[in-house]
Design a binder for this molecule. Structure first.
Ligand SMILES: Cc1cc2nc3c(=O)[nH]c(=O)nc-3n(C[C@H](O)[C@H](O)[C@H](O)COP(=O)(O)O)c2cc1C
Length: 206
């Protein structure tokens, strides 16, 4: 999985995601929003200028969203993206409406569509988590110049290769070689067990 794969998953496979914004008091609000398109710049969605959602976006231009696909937990994959949004041009809006023909059913006339406004989620962080794979598959990315996501467990200096971390890893994603223990980030649940049991404090969160 790469960042384009995450964007494609959200726009084409999931399409309707649950998106969070912050209200005037800074408290979270969620709603169902369609990811209408994506490109190298980010994810595109639209809304009507009269909606509370639009007001929230213009006061605090940040969102967090998650899209999930699959029939049950162990066959599901999820992608989450968070970051900054900006208003896009009328040309972008026209492209989104063209690409998502059902918008002409919801807003049938040119006058009705004049309420709409396109947004791009252009800078942030993305996370992929696939529970259908054994062991689980995950990946984290940043895009648009944002800082890399934090929260990984890595083995730093001082590992004594005792193997205690291996015994508590639920996904068996830690291996020991001549240089000590290594955590396969693409399979790590980030449960923190390895950090809890390490007798020399070699596991760190970064
Ligand atoms: C399947 C589905 C897709 C939706 N997609 C959008 C969308 O792309 N843009 C939008 O503004 N509203 C969309 N909505 C409606 C919003 O979820 C709804 O307006 C939301 O509750 C925001 O309300 P608020 O502005 O009062 O917070 C969708 C609703 C559903 C059920």
């Amino acid at each position: 999985m790469d960042i384009a794969g995450i964007f494609s998953f959200l726009a084409n496979d999931v399409h309707t995601v649950i998106m969070a914004t912050a209200d005037g008091d800074g408290l979270p609000v969620t709603c169902a929003i369609d990811i209408m398109d994506y490109d190298d710049c980010g994810l595109y969605f639209l809304t009507a200028k009269g909606k509370n959602f639009y007001s929230r976006l213009t006061v605090r231009p940040f969102v967090a969203l998650t899209g999930v696909k699959g029939d049950s937990t162990m066959t599901r994959a999820a992608a989450s993206v968070r970051g900054r949004v900006r208003i896009e041009s009328g040309e972008v809006l026209a492209r989104l409406i063209q690409k998502n023909a059902y918008m002409r059913e919801i807003y049938p006339t040119e006058e009705a569509r004049s309420a709409l406004c396109a947004f791009c989620l252009y800078e942030g962080q993305a996370e992929w988590f696939d529970l259908s794979k054994k062991p689980v598959e995950r990946a984290s990315f940043s895009f648009g110049g944002a800082a890399a996501p934090a929260g990984r467990y890595i083995v730093g200096k001082g590992c004594i290769s005792c193997g205690q971390c291996l015994s508590v890893c639920p996904q068996n994603c830690i291996k020991i070689d001549g240089k000590g223990a290594h955590i396969a980030q693409e399979h790590c649940l980030r449960c923190g067990n390895c950090l809890s049991v390490c007798p020399v404090g070699a596991v760190i969160r970064a």
